[in-house]
Design a protein around this ligand. Structure first.
Ligand code: TPP
Ligand code: MG
Length: 581
């Protein structure tokens, strides 16, 4: 058996796992790892400018490829800088392996230079973590880390390796198999539960599917479509489920939840059977849980048993992989038509035009997103920051393909957009990649323009520049008497900024220049930054205030009246309704 340095063992394991790209920053505690990278030319290393970006890039790489994303950081500040990105991957169920250098093992616990307790710090935001104190464990740990990251409900795994362990030599044994006591994710749903679910679906009058990220992770898009088409069930998605069901399909309702389509949210209230697939009943989807899908019998399919019954009671829980469960369910589900129920959506869509764009002279951010969508023919990969622009992108860019929409869902991490685009472009160097970003979010990680320039990545950045931390300003406007505390923002000259990085940039101030600028960006080689001076005080609608119900939905154009079961029209309030919740 060959003897290898610990650092080589790590890289050998990465190579055997098929890792092609690693995002990272070197430092004292991971230098041996970097030293041996030269022996592994098949592994491309992308040097980022801040470790948070390494984690986000690895995260986005994983989302669009379905492979495990990998990042490197040194001990102390390097490793702690990863934490936001790790938490982001954890809450959005993204497979990642993060390898951090640690101070030499005899110094652990002595407050050595750049020592931080990474297993301690990362414990609540990782699926699992390791501190490798014996080099003989390195290969088995790496094998396990990848296995844990990608199986079951995917998530990030951190492997912390002291520098001396990277430097010493050990026997290298590649474990052919991984077997972990107590870790056997359930893939197939229980047959009795599947039968029960099928019976409910077959008997439903007003069924509704709500599809989450789990559908995409499991690769269950085709099965979802078959189920929807066979039983004629309309499909709404969560923010991360976007793309799992094709936009423009006659049964597609678009996104549900806080900024979801009014008709999708009304369907939640009126449906009699809800099939929730690979989604975790996040509060941005459910609003007030006691009022959520109150007429429905809920079938909840999820690979993580901890998600079932956590926030909302499931009448028919099914633990399993979305693809496996849907395949089994399809054997039992009958053809239905649901003409009356589907006709209801025509009425709702007419009365609640959730994504109508106002005819106006102003440059509306929604208009910009729609123009990007049309110019790219809906084929681009789109990443975002967090805020209003993210919701507008979710609403107005229509995804026909799965895995092209890359956004921070659970954690809501501003600054995700540009680093995520790096990860996507590393996976697909020739694909069109757009960042639809906010001016606030962009300023959180714009140092990554240097990485983009160094790697010559043709990322197109569209900043919806409203001069505000817009989503916070919207909450201040609606719920805090328009007290715009700390939300107006100075912005740099983004054209000059682009030039400083050797990139192209253009400021767009008039509505009639929007399309031309987008086309110019698409034709211009390399990275381009477009700075759109959008209407500063535009709000995202519809909006169901936090913790509220569909009764409290604020719509545009107001006023609208919403008919709810058990209430007459007269009892429903006029809109918009200010809410203090
Ligand atoms: C790292 C981080 N800090 C703070 C927040 C809280 N927050 C949510 S949206 C938002 C404003 C985002 O502003 P911008 O990126 O300009 O987007 P806009 O809403 O204006 O489109 C803030 C501060 C957050 N989500 N993430
Ligand atoms: Mg903004």
């Amino acid at each position: 058996m060959a003897k290898l340095k610990g650092a080589e063992i790590i890289l050998e394991c990465l190579a055997r796992e098929g890792v092609e790209v690693v995002f990272g920053v070197p430092g004292g505690a991971n230098l041996p790892l970097y030293d041996y990278l030269r022996k592994y030319p098949q592994i491309r290393h992308v040097l980022v400018r801040h470790e948070q970006a390494a984690a986000h890039a690895a995260d986005a790489y994983a989302r669009v490829t379905g492979q495990v994303g990998v990042c490197f950081a040194t001990s102390g500040p390097g490793a702690t800088n990863l934490i936001t990105g790790i938490a982001n991957a954890q809450l959005d169920s993204v497979p990642m392996v993060c390898i951090t250098g640690q101070v030499v093992s005899p110094n652990i616990g002595k407050d050595a230079f750049q020592e931080t307790d990474m297993t301690g710090i990362s414990l609540p935001v990782t699926k699992h973590n390791y501190l490798v104190m014996d080099g003989e464990d390195l290969a088995p740990v790496m094998r396990e880390a990848f296995h844990i990251a990608r199986t079951g409900r995917p998530g990030p795994v951190l492997v912390d390796v002291p520098r001396d362990i990277q430097q010493q030599e050990y026997e290298f044994h590649w474990p052919e198999r991984v077997s972990l006591l107590g870790y056997k994710p359930t893939l197939d749903g229980h047959p009795t539960q599947i039968k029960k679910a099928a019976r409910l679906i077959n008997e439903a009058e007003r069924p509704l599917i709500i599809a989450g990220h789990g559908v995409i992770i499991a690769g269950a898009e085709a099965e979802l479509r078959q189920l929807a088409e066979r039983a004629q069930i309309p499909v709404t998605t969560t923010l991360l489920g976007i793309g799992g069901f094709p936009a423009h399909h006659v049964l597609d309702l678009g996104m549900t939840g806080m900024h979801g389509m009014a008709w999708a949210n009304l369907a939640l209230v009126h449906c009699d059977v809800m099939v929730a697939i690979g989604m975790r009943m996040d509060d941005r989807v459910t609003g007030k849980t006691s009022a959520f899908a109150s007429q429905a019998t809920i079938i909840h399919i999820d690979i993580d048993p901890a998600e079932i019954g956590k926030n909302v009671r499931a009448h028919v829980p099914i633990v399993g992989d979305a693809r496996h469960v849907l395949k089994a369910l399809l054997k039992e589900v009958e053809h239905r038509t649901h003409a009356e129920w589907l006709a209801q959506f025509d009425t709702w869509r007419r009365d609640h035009p959730s994504i109508a764009i106002r005819e106006t002279e102003e440059m509306l951010p929604t208009y910009v997103v729609r123009e990007i969508y049309e110019a790219t023919k809906g084929e681009a990969f789109v990443t975002t920051g967090v805020g209003q622009h993210q919701m507008w992108a979710a609403q107005f860019y229509r995804f026909v393909h799965s895995k092209r929409w890359v956004t921070s869902g659970g954690v809501g991490t501003m600054g995700f957009g540009l680093p995520a685009a790096l990860g996507v472009q590393a996976a697909f160097p020739d694909a069109p990649v757009w960042v639809i970003d906010g001016d606030g979010s962009f300023q959180m990680t714009l140092q990554e323009l240097a990485t983009v320039a160094q790697e010559k990545m043709p990322i197109k950045v569209a900043i919806l520049n409203n001069g505000f931390l817009g989503m916070v300003r919207q909450w201040q406007e609606l719920f805090y008497d328009r007290n715009y505390a700390a939300t107006p923002m100075f912005n740099p000259d983004y054209v000059k900024l682009a030039e400083a990085f050797g990139l192209a940039g253009r400021r767009v101030e008039r509505k009639e220049d929007v399309r031309g600028a987008i086309e110019w960006a698409m034709e211009t080689p390399g990275c381009v930054i477009l700075d759109f001076a959008v209407a500063p005080e535009e709000n995202v609608y519809p909006m169901i205030p936090s913790g509220a119900t569909v009764h409290d939905m604020i719509e545009e154009p107001a006023p609208a009246r919403i008919e709810l079961p058990g209430r007459s029209k007269e009892e429903t309030p006029a809109w918009p309704v200010p809410s203090t919740r």
